[in-house]
Design a protein around this ligand. Structure first.
Ligand code: CA
Length: 242
C-alpha cells in the first residue's frame, strides 16, 4: 500500500510525529508539513490521496490552504483535524470543500475509520465516472446546457466549465430526480454522507456555485430552481442523451 500516501499538515510536533508513526503502522505512506505554506506546496504536488489538515497553522491558516487547493481545482480528499471550539471553522471548512472533520483529541481507530470512509466515498465517485451508480452517464443535453458526465464538464452557450466533485454529485442527484423536489437534508446525506451537520447552508453555498456555472441569470434560474422551504428541483427537460 505504499502508493497510498497521506499528507499530514500539522504544526504540533508530537501530534505530527504520532500521526505519521501510527498511519505508517496502518500501511499508509505518510508525508508531513509543519506549516500551512509547506503544506500547500506539498498538497499541490498531488502525491497524496488524502490530506489531514489542521486549522491553526503558522504562515498560512488551514482554511486558506483548503480554499486555495479547491480554487485551483485540486479535489484531493481533506479531513480537517481541529481543536475543540472551532465549530464555525469546521463548518466553513466543509463549505469550502473539506470532506470530513475530526475534533482533537481523537483515537487512532476513529481516525482510520474516517480515512477509509472518505477514501471509499471519493474513490467510488471517481470510478463511477459520474454515472454507473445512478444509471446516468455519457452526455445529456438540456435547453442551453450540455452535461458531460465522463469529463465532469458542462457547456453553456458554447462555454465549457469544469464541475467540482461536489457540484457534479449535487447536479447528478438533482437530474436523477428531475421534476421532483430534493431536500437539503437528502443532498447532505447522499452527497456528503453526513447524518447531522450543524447547518444546511453548506448545500445552499454549493448550489449557488453550481448555478453560476449552469444558469445564464443566477437571479432567475431556469435549471435548478428553489422550492421554498423544501429544497431544490431540476426543471429543464432532457432533450437528448448519448
Ligand atoms: Ca495547530
Amino acid at each position: 500500500m505504499t502508493d497510498t500516501q497521506i499528507l499530514v499538515i500539522e504544526d504540533e510536533p508530537d501530534l505530527r510525529a504520532g500521526l505519521k508513526h501510527n498511519l505508517e503502522l496502518e500501511g499508509y505512506s505518510v508525508d508531513t508539513a509543519a506549516d500551512g505554506r509547506e503544506g500547500l506546496r506539498k498538497a499541490k504536488e498531488g502525491k497524496a490521496v488524502l490530506i489531514l489538515l489542521d486549522l491553526m497553522l503558522p504562515l498560512m491558516p488551514g482554511l486558506e490552504v483548503l480554499r486555495h487547493l479547491r480554487e485551483i481545482g485540486r479535489e484531493t480528499p481533506i479531513i480537517i483535524i481541529s481543536a475543540k471550539g472551532q465549530d464555525r471553522d469546521k463548518v466553513q471548512g466543509l463549505e469550502l470543500g473539506a470532506d470530513d472533520y475530526l475534533t482533537k483529541p481523537f483515537g487512532l481507530s476513529e481516525l482510520t475509520a474516517r480515512i477509509r470512509a472518505v477514501l471509499r466515498r471519493t474513490q467510488a465517485g471517481a470510478k463511477s465516472g459520474g454515472g454507473e451508480r445512478s444509471g446516468i452517464g455519457g452526455v445529456m443535453k438540456f435547453p442551453e446546457l450540455v452535461v458531460d458526465w465522463k469529463r465532469f464538464t458542462i457547456v453553456r452557450d458554447g462555454e465549457e466549465t469544469q464541475l467540482s466533485r461536489y457540484e457534479a454529485e449535487i447536479l447528478r442527484m438533482l437530474i436523477e430526480h428531475r421534476g421532483e423536489v430534493v431536500s437539503r437534508q437528502d443532498l447532505l446525506r447522499k452527497v456528503w454522507g453526513y447524518v447531522h451537520l450543524p447547518t444546511t447552508r453548506t448545500v445552499d453555498n454549493h448550489i449557488a456555485r453550481l448555478r453560476k456555472k449552469l444558469e445564464r441569470d443566477v437571479e432567475k434560474p431556469v435549471h435548478v430552481v428553489t422550492v421554498h422551504g423544501l429544497g431544490y428541483r431540476f426543471e429543464s427537460p432532457l432533450l437528448e442523451e448519448s
